[in-house]
Ligand binder design. Structure first.
Ligand SMILES: Nc1ncnc2c1ncn2[C@@H]1O[C@H](COP(=O)(O)OP(=O)(O)O)[C@@H](O)[C@H]1O
Ligand SMILES: [Mg+2]
Length: 324
């Protein structure tokens, strides 16, 4: 599989300011040095509890917010050093779909204008007729009737609104879409339909996704590979099936045991996830998970080793833990 996105050493620190003079009293290491790659047409999942840094990682990886550090390559080009002007050209190659479709649509714009806007902006269409044709095609792709073009977002259900947002995201024929909790607010029945749309579009358009979700069953259904994030750090990365059948990191095991199981064998892995994520301003030294880990020992106060091996299908499985 050809590589589309390569992210190395990505960090995003937010300063914590206090008082009238906005004195910096500390920082939140929302993303603290993560590496990942996404192949062309690959669906790459990122999971972790709320506050683990998923949204920040997704935004920083495409420079929607400026990373504190890190190197980003997109389609073989150095993306981290692009200036604003060149970044704009790349913007049509990368789109986002968010959790709340209604708030990401302009309530005063018709569906046709919302979807057609980027096509006009990037000069991808020249006439009104072209716009209508292209928007109709897009609406059809996301399972909506083209006669809704002149209607407004509030006239639609949450699931339909999310279809519209997906339509808007694919309008410029991007290579990569970042989906940040894109199905988390939807009813279970609608969720399955939207996941199917994502899956079909990926195949039809050779589209890659960075699919961010706190919900393991969602990433399991859709993703080819998954990265497990905790307090801004990578705990484990593996192929989806490998991660679910052979989780190595205690945090992954704990997440899996908190989510409904698909197979009785998964029971073996059950460990309980106790307590809350620590204060991100004062994360534990060494392994960030050690304060909640049932296997924690003295050595865990030091940064854990990165362990890597090839799984039964020959794909890389990596995790950071003293356990082997
Ligand atoms: N703009 C910001 N300013 C300060 N802290 C932030 C900002 N955005 C996120 N954070 C903090 O960074 C951490 C990770 O947040 P986020 O990336 O939203 O996690 P997730 O998406 O996994 O829930 C949290 O502790 C959050 O409070
Ligand atoms: Mg988030």
């Amino acid at each position: 599989m050809k590589e589309l996105l390569r992210v190395t050493g990505l960090k995003k620190y937010f300063p914590v300011l206090k008082g009238l003079f906005k004195k910096k009293i500390g920082e939140i290491k929302a993303v603290d040095g993560i590496d990942f790659t996404i192949g062309q047409g690959e669906i790459f999942g990122m999971v972790g509890e709320s506050g683990s840094g998923k949204s920040t990682a997704g935004r920083a990886a495409i420079r929607l917010i400026e990373p504190t550090a890190g190197h980003i390559e997109f389609a073989g080009k150095d993306f981290s050093s692009l200036n604003k002007e060149n970044l704009r050209e790349f913007r049509k190659e990368i789109q986002m779909v968010f959790q709340d479709p209604y708030s990401s649509l302009n309530p005063r714009k018709t569906i046709g204008d919302s979807i057609g806007e980027a096509l006009v902006y990037y000069g991808m269409i020249n006439t009104h007729q072209e716009k209508i044709e292209r928007v109709s095609e897009i609406l059809e792709k996301v399972g909506l009737n083209s006669d809704i073009m002149s209607r407004y977002p509030h006239e639609f259900s949450g699931g339909q609104q999310q279809r519209i947002c997906i339509g808007r995201a694919i309008a410029t024929k991007p290579k990569l879409i970042i989906c940040d909790e894109a199905v988390s607010a939807l009813d279970v029945s609608v969720r399955a339909q939207i996941l199917n749309i994502f899956s079909t579009l990926s195949q039809e358009m050779n589209l890659s996704y960075l699919f961010i979700s706190h919900d393991l069953s969602v990433v399991r259904y859709l993703c080819d590979r998954i990265l497990v994030l905790y307090l801004g750090q990578m705990m484990e990365t593996a192929r989806t099936e490998e991660l679910f059948t052979n989780p190595k990191h205690p945090y992954t095991q704990a997440l899996l045991s908190a989510s409904p199981k698909k197979h009785p064998d998964e029971q073996k892995q059950r460990i309980l996830l106790k307590g809350e994520i620590p204060d991100p301003m004062h994360p534990p030294s060494g392994c960030p998970f050690r304060t909640r880990c049932p296997y924690a020992r003295e050595e865990c106060k030091e940064p854990p080793p990165l362990r890597e091996f090839l799984d039964s299908k020959g794909a890389l499985h990596s995790y950071r833990c003293i356990l082997s």
